[in-house]
Design a protein around this ligand. Structure first.
Ligand code: ATP
Ligand code: PRP
Length: 209
C-alpha cells in the first residue's frame, strides 16, 4: 500500500491530472467527503487529506510515503529529511514582501507580519536588515493597515488580494510551485512502486511542456 498526502482545494485540484495519469482517482470527492483517508481506484494507493502545512510532517515521519506540498511550506518545514524529486509546476505563485501603496522604505528596524517566519527571518538577515517577525496564521494583508507591521511576507498570484487592500508587491523572495516529496525510507523499501509513480508523473509533466 502506498499512502500519498495531499491537501484539498487548490493543490488537490491541480494535482488531479498527475494522479489520474497514474490511475489514481479517489472514490469519494475530497471536497465534499468528511473522510480523511480516501480509497482510490487503485487498491494499492490511498490518499490522506490533511492541511497543506502538515504534508511535510506526515511524509517525514513515514505516515505517508509521499506527498504534494508547496515550496513555501517545504522551506518553512526545513531540513534534509525528505526527497524532493519532482517540481510539478502547479499552484505557482510568488513569495514576496508587500507594503502599503507608496509607503516609504523604512531605514532602521522593521516589523514584518507573516506565516513564513523562518523564511522571512533568513531573507532579511541575508540583506542585513533588522526585522522583528510577527507570526500570523492568515489575513497577513491586514497587518500594515492596522499598524501591526510595516510590511508583510506572503504569497502573491494575481495581486488582487494586495490591490484590494491598498498594498503593493515590493521584493520577490522566491517563485513557488508544488513539489512531490518522498519519505527517504519508503524510497528504499518501496522503490519499485514509487519509481513507477514518479515515471508516470514525469510523463504528465512532459505532455504539458
Ligand atoms: P492551510 O490549510 O494549512 O492554512 P492554506 O490555506 O495556505 O493552508 P492553500 O491556500 O490551499 O492552503 O494553499 C496551499 C498551497 O498552494 C500553498 O502552500 C502555496 O504553495 C500554494 N498557493 C497558495 N496561495 C496561492 C495562490 N494564490 N496562487 C497559487 N498558489 C497558491
Ligand atoms: C493566498 C495568499 C494571498 C492570496 C494571493 O491566499 O495568502 O492572500 O492567495 O493570491 P492573489 O495574488 O491571486 O490575490 P488564499 O487564497 O490561499 O487564502 P487563505 O490564505 O486565506 O487560505
Amino acid at each position: 500500500m502506498l499512502t500519498i498526502a495531499v491537501s484539498k482545494g487548490r493543490i488537490y485540484e491541480e494535482a488531479l491530472p498527475f494522479l489520474e495519469q497514474a490511475g489514481i482517482k479517489p472514490i469519494d470527492d475530497p471536497d465534499t467527503s468528511r473522510k480523511l483517508i480516501l480509497q482510490t481506484t487503485r487498491d494499492d494507493v490511498r490518499l490522506v487529506i490533511i492541511r497543506a502545512t502538515d504534508v511535510p510532517t506526515f511524509v517525514e515521519y513515514g505516515a505517508a510515503d509521499m506527498g504534494i506540498a508547496g515550496k513555501d511550506v517545504l522551506l518553512e518545514h526545513g531540513g534534509e529529511s525528505l526527497y524532493e524529486p519532482l517540481d510539478l509546476n502547479i499552484a505557482t505563485c510568488r513569495l514576496m514582501t508587500a507594503a502599503q501603496v507608496s509607503a516609504p522604505e523604512i531605514k532602521g528596524r522593521i516589523r514584518v507580519a507573516t506565516k513564513y517566519v523562518k523564511t522571512a527571518k533568513s531573507y532579511f538577515a541575508e540583506r542585513g536588515i533588522q526585522a522583528d517577525i510577527i507570526k500570523l496564521y492568515g489575513s497577513m494583508e491586514l497587518a500594515p493597515l492596522v499598524g501591526l507591521a510595516d510590511c508583510i511576507v506572503d504569497l502573491v498570484d494575481t495581486g488582487n488580494t494586495l490591490k484590494a487592500n491598498g498594498l503593493e508587491p515590493r521584493e520577490l523572495i522566491m517563485t513557488i510551485s508544488s513539489r512531490l516529496v518522498v519519505n527517504k525510507a519508503a524510497m528504499k523499501m518501496k522503490h519499485e512502486a514509487i519509481q513507477s509513480l514518479l515515471d508516470q508523473f514525469e510523463k504528465t509533466l512532459d505532455q504539458r511542456r
